[in-house]
Design a protein around this ligand. Sequence first.
Ligand code: ADP
Length: 540
Amino acid sequence: MTTKPFQARFSEALRLAVVVRLARELNADLTPKEVLQRVLNATAEVLSTPHASIVALREKRLLATYALGAGPDVDAQPIMEHVLAEGLAGFVLHNYRTVIVNDIATNPLWMPLPDEPLSPQEGSALCVPLIHAGDVVGVMTLAHPARSYFSADAVHLINTISEMGAAALASTMSLEEARRANIRYSNLFDDVIVPIILTDLSGTIQAINRSACDFLGYTRAELVGQSISTVHRKGTTEPLGGHRYDHLIRGQEVRFRSLVWTKAGEKLPVRVYARRVRNEQSGDYIQWIEHDLSSELALEQLRQDLSAMVYHDMRGPLGNIHTSVLALQNLLAEHPNPRVADFLDVAVRSEQQVRRMVDALLDVQRLEEGSRLLSRTTTAIEELVDSALQQVQPAADEKNIQLRLALADDLPLLYLDANMVERVIINLLDNAIKYTPDYGVVTVSTASSGTEVFVRIKDTGPGIPQEALAHIFDKFARVEHPNMPHGVGLGLTFCKLAVEAHGGRIWVRSEPENGSVFTFALPINAPATKELPSVGMAAW
Ligand code: ADP
């Protein structure tokens, strides 16, 4: 075994100390440029080379450079670009291996650049790739004025340093990238004009953009760390209540209307779009986009108020027309010209039609606004059916339509707005008579399931096409029946809203050419409104 002389062992220990110091210095807080500086300085120190340069690369493109001894006035960037394109560093970059050049003067890869001290004209060189996870993240070049200066020992040492440097460079570069992405996202987040709040999965606010601060009147510091229920308070729409949380956690977008409380205590209507955003680094969060509905709703309210005013104001003149035409009918009952009676009949029917339309518009509007049923009384449904039948009898007689009645025995009394439910029955009967051809049959029946009372109106008309069934209760929905009168499409909307205001439900079954069966069910003991499907497929 050969023993190295003391001098050799001493310099080996010094080299080791430099490597250890470098290992300690390379930490994640450095910038890529600082990593390059430390790696190059340490390498130049242990190998005693006066010329050295290093580059950091992302996807083979130059990211940062550092050259030993290059003063501030030397712009290393274009020189390095050139070397990477055509010189020794470029060769190493593309071949993924360390290269020793024992005589740079005769090697064509060594580029005779005029920029001393970056590029000496004589001596030897060592060029090493910094490889991390199979990618070249940097190239380091060392040069010495002596030929054949770099030994196998030097290559061994420089490989150790380059591995350390490559790992540090890769992590600091990805950290830089993440930081930059973060800054890009924060700028975007802040500049978006829609108010956005970010919470963790338990609803604690983590971030809030400028627009949300302006909208809610809070500063960032006041809201971060608070619960989302600071702005979406309980009692209105619980933001994480019910099934919403499950949907959000499963990654589905949840939309709902709610109110937000501003710092000044004002309640503002919003449409919320909430969704879970996956984030591996800092944990998943929920993004709440708060779309301000104030102006939309104010406009809608104005529109509704205006139309309510118009409908309401039409009632007075219509009433005058009604009484005047009736008076004329009386006065002119004995008129010798039979066309006078005909004209008056047309006037009466037209006035009734317009009045029904105006009433329907007002009813629908009132019910849509959620007006409470103020005039509930305990009522027998049979009485309402009876009264409705009496009112539609003349229309049925005109078409020779037979009205049949099948009442169940012992139906319980119901607590309801009698006038409204009677008008539901009249509407359904009117339609049945209107759409049933002459000499048809319209049957009204009642039944009870113990929890609900059912009223069913069956006709022998043309029926309703399958594709129209789902929309038949929508506002202004109409189905064209050849040779049949036109309506406005509000009658069934009124029926649905009126029945639902009683906590009930309404549906239709129909087969083309086989008539239609409209059924509504009213709860026996449940006056409170509940949400139920509009078109049910109950067996009855
Ligand atoms: P309107 O009768 O004023 O048009 P409705 O809301 O009462 O409005 O009815 C909506 C549509 O449903 C009607 O246009 C008609 O096509 C269809 N409809 C309602 N009742 C019946 C029925 N008994 N038979 C066939 N079609 C009907």
